[in-house]
Design a binder for this molecule. Structure first.
Ligand code: G3I
Length: 457
């Protein structure tokens, strides 16, 4: 729980719990549909398949490539989550102290959100990619500048970024288990929790993550050190929601056989886990398949982001580590990933990996509500969905479909549609606790809606 004893529940906690509850319900209903319907076609894109399992499948995006139509064709077709590769880093967003620059980041965010893709913010506080003015700072001046940066940037993107990498790469490599030495670390050991608290104040609804590389092998000292920090933060009420495992299996790093143990161990601390920067040297199908299966086996593994689309887009292009070749063609690893996703158990299907207190079907505390999806009639070009709300008599539910799908008709609620018909905000209008909507498939027959939030009152 994010809340301190005696304080009212935060909206962030309620939404996260409700979303988990809704995803659990989707999973159960999806499972029923598969058993009774039997004719559901396998999804044909990574994002659609992941969405059917309550996950996202995303990619790092470079603003400079958004003019490349071969690039955007794959991006728009395959992915339902985006992380700006460099455009939200400190040197990009605050090149001069207190002069903020958001053009390229805004461009990526707009591209993603207008197509129903969720955005991961990367990254608010980091020893690297600091602008010159920050590199030269130290002590309380640097601490204040860092906190101001976190506050300003998280505020700018409030409501647009689903997850923030609040702090990136703060632990040392090797066997020491120590913090990485940096100008930020030298401001005091509490700099990480101070950054999380500032991000929490600036955007109470974003999910706040700690993100690092080489924390994939459960036996590594660095993994254990990050685990202990998250455990400590949870025990003291520091507002942390998730851990990002970059999972760069490039350079000297390899996929470890205990990767699933690492994911489930972090999850058991009561945080979500995200695979945030995946790439694998020479893109072997087996390792990519294993990563997908490991994520799907852990209920709190929310999704996978690959660190670029084509090999030519990769920071390590010489290792050809991605799912598409330089010509934009699918590689064998792509097929392995899509097949693994399509074969995956829907969320909630493996109760043994549900962490204590994290049962996705538990109604949220503190007067929240739960929204459950029931699939309706499917036609050749469109389908119906009904949503039942429990736990509140007046409510607001946000549901989303995956572009190019579009919600066109709604009933039994007060509706507002945004993002080209991909996001529906439905408010109770006194006609009961069930509402419905019709979605045009527009060529994407695999994806199905997700509940983003249910808010009482
Ligand atoms: O855009 C400039 C270009 O104008 C200039 O001519 C050129 C030469 O210096 O530099 C270009 O900027 C480079 C930028 O990538 C865009 O290509 C920067 O120098 C270069 O430092 C930067 O590298 C990025 C690196 O982080 C450092 O920030 C990589 O693209 C990016 O993939 C990489 O991503 C990191 C994650 O943020 C954190 N985890 C590890 C991951 C891989 O290193």
């Amino acid at each position: 729980m994010r809340n301190k004893p005696g304080t009212p529940p935060r909206r962030r906690t309620r939404i996260a719990t409700t979303l988990s509850a809704a995803l659990g319900s989707i999973a159960v209903l999806a499972a029923i549909t598969l058993v009774t319907g039997g004719s559901a076609a396998a999804a044909t894109t990574l994002g659609a398949s992941a969405a059917e399992r309550g996950r996202y499948f995303g990619t790092a995006v470079a603003a400079s490539r958004l003019n490349d139509s071969a690039y955007t064709t794959i991006l728009n077709r395959e992915f339902n989550q985006v992380t700006p590769e460099n455009e939200m880093k400190i040197d990009a967003t605050e090149p001069q102290q207190n002069q903020f620059s958001y053009g390229n980041a805004d461009r990526i965010v707009q591209h993603a959100r207008s197509r129903g893709m969720q955005v991961r913010g990367h990254t608010l506080a980091w020893h690297s990619q600091q602008p010159g003015w920050m590199q030269n700072m130290s002590g309380s001046t640097l601490r204040q500048a860092m906190l101001n940066h976190v506050t300003q940037v998280a505020t700018h993107f409030r409501g647009q970024v689903a997850w923030w990498d609040v702090v990136n790469e703060a632990f040392a490599d090797g066997g020491s288990g120590a913090r990485r030495d940096s100008n930020l670390q030298r401001t005091g050991n509490d700099w990480i929790e101070a950054a999380f608290r500032a991000a929490d104040a600036a955007d109470p609804n974003a999910q706040l993550c700690y993100n690092d590389y080489n924390i994939d092998n459960w036996n590594d000292a660095k993994t254990q050190a990050v685990y202990r920090m998250v455990q400590d933060f949870k025990s003291r009420g520091v507002p942390i929601d998730c851990v990002g495992l970059q999972s760069h299996f490039t350079g000297g790093s390899n996929y470890p056989s205990n990767y699933r143990t690492t994911l489930s161990s972090f999850a058991a601390l009561g945080v979500d886990v995200h695979i945030t920067e995946l790439d694998i040297r020479n893109a072997p199908s087996d390792a990519y398949r294993n990563v997908v299966n490991d994520c799907l086996a852990v209920a709190r593994c929310k999704g996978i982001t690959v660190w670029g689309i084509r090999d030519s887009d990769s920071w390590r292009s010489g290792e050809s580590p991605l799912l598409f070749n330089g010509s934009g063609q699918k590689k064998p690893a792509y097929d392995a990933v899509l097949t693994a996703l399509n074969n995956g158990t829907p969320p909630g299907g493996n109760p043994t990996t549900t962490p204590p207190g994290g049962n996705p079907t538990t109604p949220p505390p503190g007067g929240g509500c739960t929204a459950s999806i029931t699939p309706g009639t499917v036609w050749g070009d469109r389908y119906n969905t009904s949503v039942t709300v429990s736990g509140a008599t007046t409510w607001t539910v946000v549901a989303a479909v995956t572009a190019p799908q579009q919600i066109t008709t709604t009933w039994s609620g007060s509706a507002s549609l945004a993002s080209n018909g991909t996001v529906l905000t439905m408010r109770s209008n006194g006609s009961g606790n069930t509402f419905g909507f019709t979605t045009m498939m527009n060529g994407n027959s695999g994806a199905r809606p997700q509940i983003r939030s249910c808010t009482a009152g």
